[in-house]
Design a protein around this ligand. Structure first.
Ligand SMILES: [Zn+2]
Length: 158
């Protein structure tokens, strides 16, 4: 699935829809150094703000990391790089709509499991394990009660 043509399409689409520009602008404002990555993605290294708490996040074809580009490009981080690169592919398809859609997915995942990622479609699609998320978490107790209670509960009388 990850062919050079696909990488090129991803790079062109994220440039055209403005999301890579947004990532580069953010890197510029925060004085995060942009380096060449792999397969058409750029790596902005040395992110210093406390949010988000993750070691990496992606905007367009720009992967922003608290660490160095070398750290992310190391062979033992290949899965994490692939995970973040899949987010770049999501930006290629959705463009700026990625932002609201991603936050809705985060909200749903957090409300149902207490994790931002486990039931977040974007994180599942990018690979939960590769992104450092648990693959499954139980539903929150209130939701489990609704799920199981719905079958046994008495009908409310009007
Ligand atoms: Zn992710």
């Amino acid at each position: 699935m990850t062919t050079p043509r696909r990488h090129l399409a991803r790079t062109v689409l994220t440039a055209a829809n403005g999301t890579t520009g947004a990532g580069l602008l953010l890197a510029l404002i925060t004085r995060t150094r942009v380096r060449r990555g792999r397969d058409g993605v750029l790596i902005a290294e040395g992110w210093r703000l406390p949010v988000p708490p993750a070691s990496c996040f992606t905007i367009g074809s720009v992967i922003i990391t608290r660490r160095s580009a070398e750290w992310l490009l190391a062979e033992e981080r290949a899965a994490l790089l692939a995970h973040e690169s899949r987010h770049a592919g999501q930006y290629a398809v959705l463009g700026p709509l990625f932002f609201p859609a991603y936050w809705v997915a985060c909200g749903w995942s957090y409300a149902t499991t207490g994790s931002w990622g486990v039931r977040n479609w974007f994180e599942r699609h990018a690979g939960l394990l590769d992104g450092g998320y648990p693959e499954e978490l139980p539903l929150r107790p209130w939701l489990r009660r609704i799920w199981s209670g719905g079958r046994n509960a008495q009908r409310l009388r009007p």
